[in-house]
Design a protein around this ligand. Structure first.
Ligand SMILES: Cc1cc2nc3c(=O)[nH]c(=O)nc-3n(C[C@H](O)[C@H](O)[C@H](O)COP(=O)(O)O)c2cc1C
Length: 203
């Protein structure tokens, strides 16, 4: 089949997210201007460069109390955010932290998580997550929206500090079956990294 993206696909649900999958989940923590904490998952997320390490996430949609969701607003206001990686053990807490709640609600408390201090930024990190990437905001780029009710913001951040739980390091490498990051598929589906295969580069 072929369909033009802005026309009807004729399927039961929009297949786009299921097609571009799996997508890692950047579980983003921020601090607002008043010092309040915020936490939410983003699966339009990935790493895009090594030198320096850079990440990007898409913060898309309205917020009843402002022009954008709290995460992009806080990153824009403070110039910082933290990416916490979501794992199998933390799947329920990750999901709970996605609830649409008023701006002043602290999702760390709502999800029963511990907000720990960072080394280089004032945003909090999720202590229970085995990987936290402390980020300095590079740019918020507003992308075209084809839905008048939705604002699309691409948030780019440079990773300036990295926390790794020693338990997921084996022989100097990240042990994926211990780490067990989860990723988003389409619909309400997720996957978990449990199987790894290796291929050498051709050159
Ligand atoms: C697994 C998962 C992935 C999500 N990915 C995104 C995403 O990539 N972009 C987005 O705008 N919202 C995404 N959401 C929804 C946000 O997490 C949700 O709107 C959240 O309330 C935003 O919080 P905030 O207003 O505190 O930033 C996702 C939700 C879940 C459960």
């Amino acid at each position: 089949m072929f369909y033009r993206a802005e026309q009807d696909h004729g399927l039961k649900h929009n297949p786009f997210k299921a097609l571009v999958s799996p997508r890692p989940i950047g579980w983003i923590s921020t601090r607002d201007r008043q010092g309040g904490f915020n936490l939410a998952p983003f699966s339009y997320f990935n790493a895009i460069t090594d030198y320096p390490p850079t990440v990007v996430f898409g913060c898309n949609g309205p917020h009843p109390e402002g022009d954008t969701k709290d995460t992009a607003a806080n990153a824009r206001d403070t110039g910082e955010f933290v990416v916490n990686m979501a794992t199998w053990e933390l799947r329920e807490q990750m999901n709970r932290s996605s609830a649409h709640v008023p701006r002043n609600v602290d999702e760390f408390k709502e999800a029963g998580l511990t907000a720990a201090d960072c080394e280089l930024v004032s945003a909090p990190r999720v202590k229970e997550s085995p990987v936290n990437l402390e980020c300095r905001l590079v740019q918020v780029i507003q992308l075209r929206s084809s839905n008048p009710k939705i604002t699309n913001n691409m948030v780019v951040g440079e990773v300036i500090g990295i926390h790794i739980d020693e338990r997921i390091i084996k022989d100097g490498m990240i042990d994926m079956p211990t780490y067990r990051p989860i990723a988003r598929l389409g619909y309400m589906d997720y996957t978990v990294v449990e199987k790894v295969f290796t291929m050498d580069r051709p050159d």
